[in-house]
Ligand binder design. Structure first.
Ligand code: GLY
Length: 382
């Protein structure tokens, strides 16, 4: 573990692995470092919703980035599957956003009109159509918005698929117990771990919720990323019981092919705490059972929590850092799975010396002005 690599990636989450795969496919020698299991942490904990239009509101630059990534998803998944042989089960068959009551329905109608103005297919369903599409929803549902282009992916399978694809493309994945980026005043030189020293021309910080604290990175090149805890649970339902990923009041439900139904998620400022709490589980069950009393009899088969990497303005950091040879791909908050393909492409273009479009909205330079701004929103479910 002391050979050199063209590119060293710190963080073997979905973002780090997607970048590694992209760079390796372009011919680079790549080494990925993570203390933990590859594709673990938030990459494992997420629900895999691919929802630029129903999840991202009021930020044009972020929505455009998310929409671009959604557009790249089918080809990205096909390349990963072809390389590693694992099918991550991409479902782009639409997302339902259910409304309960006239106020929610009116708000969704406005949102649907705005989504349609972007040229994206978006239908409003009345109560009867909603219950025909998703019969498990409570009879008190008033209607729904349906965005046909959105969907979800089994993120745990995508993690395995990316690890397999990376290995097939010659990417080395190391699990050191200590790591520091080595640099002089001007540029990165290598990566030092308890396994040895590896010289490298480029380092990508893709360390998720830990990205602000990668040892050896000078303060001016550290992305101000903080953890936001998300608790989730899974119910065992019959296969096909829930047909589409569905937003409900204060939560969302995402099916898996084997009948597991993921219920998410809290969004808490709790540092690096990963405990499952009574209040967290109560909030999730309340959201699910208020929307759909029919779920009450199913077994709760799993509870877990992950740490989203959050930034003060909700946008990720993607692009070069002030230190030569250092790049940042972190702070993807609620959209890490969705943004993996576009982030991988943009970072590969940056590392390769190509101008990767206009990345000003996602630059580390904007961080200085934002560092004092408190994160928008308080603790809440969803
Ligand atoms: N993207 C869903 C979540 O972060 O909870």
């Amino acid at each position: 573990m002391s050979e050199s690599a063209d590119v060293a990636i710190v963080g073997a989450g979905m973002i780090g692995l997607a970048i590694a795969f992209e760079l390796a496919e372009r011919g680079a020698s790549v080494r990925v470092y993570d203390r933990g299991e590859p594709a673990g942490a938030a990459s494992w904990a997420g629900a895999g919703m691919l929802a630029p239009y129903t999840e991202t509101a009021n930020d044009e630059a972020l929505m455009a980035l998310c929409a671009a990534s959604l557009g790249e998803y089918p080809r990205f998944v096909e390349r990963v599957r072809a390389a590693g042989g694992v099918d991550p089960r991409l479902h782009l068959d639409g997302i339902v956003h259910a409304a309960f009551g006239e106020t929610q329905l009116a708000r969704l109608q406005q949102r649907a009109a705005a989504i349609r103005q972007r040229g994206v297919e978006c239908q409003m369903l009345d109560r009867t159509e909603t219950l025909a599409a998703e019969p498990w929803l409570g009879a008190h549902v008033s209607g729904a918005m349906f965005v046909a282009a959105e969907g979800y992916i089994d993120n745990r399978r995508l993690g395995r698929a990316l690890v397999a694809a990376c290995r097939e493309r010659g990417v080395a994945i190391a699990r050191p117990s200590s790591l520091a980026v080595d640099c002089d005043a001007r540029r990165v030189l290598g990566v030092r771990t308890d396994m040895g020293y590896a010289p490298t021309g480029a380092v990508v910080n893709a360390a998720g919720a830990w990205a602000a604290a990668v040892p050896g990175v000078p303060a001016s090149s550290r992305p101000p990323v903080v953890p936001r805890k998300g608790q989730m649970l899974a119910l065992e339902t019959p296969v096909g019981f829930v047909r589409h990923a569905t937003w409900v009041t204060n939560g969302y439900l995402v099916p898996r092919d084997d009948g597991r139904l993921l219920v998410g998620a809290t969004d808490e400022q709790a540092g690096f705490d990963l405990r499952i709490t009574a209040a967290g589980i109560a909030a999730l069950l309340d959201a699910a059972l208020t929307a759909a009393p029919s779920l009450a009899g199913f077994t709760v088969s799993e509870t877990w929590a992950g740490l989203r990497p959050a930034t003060s303005d909700g946008r990720p950091f993607i692009g070069p850092a002030p230190l030569d040879g250092l790049f940042v791909a972190a702070g993807h908050y609620r959209n890490g799975i969705l943004l993996a393909p576009v982030t991988a492409r943009l970072i590969a273009e940056c590392v390769g010396g190509r101008i990767a479009g206009d990345l000003a909205a996602f630059s580390l330079a904007r961080a200085a002005a934002e560092m004092e701004t408190p994160l928008r929103g308080k603790n809440k479910a969803v």
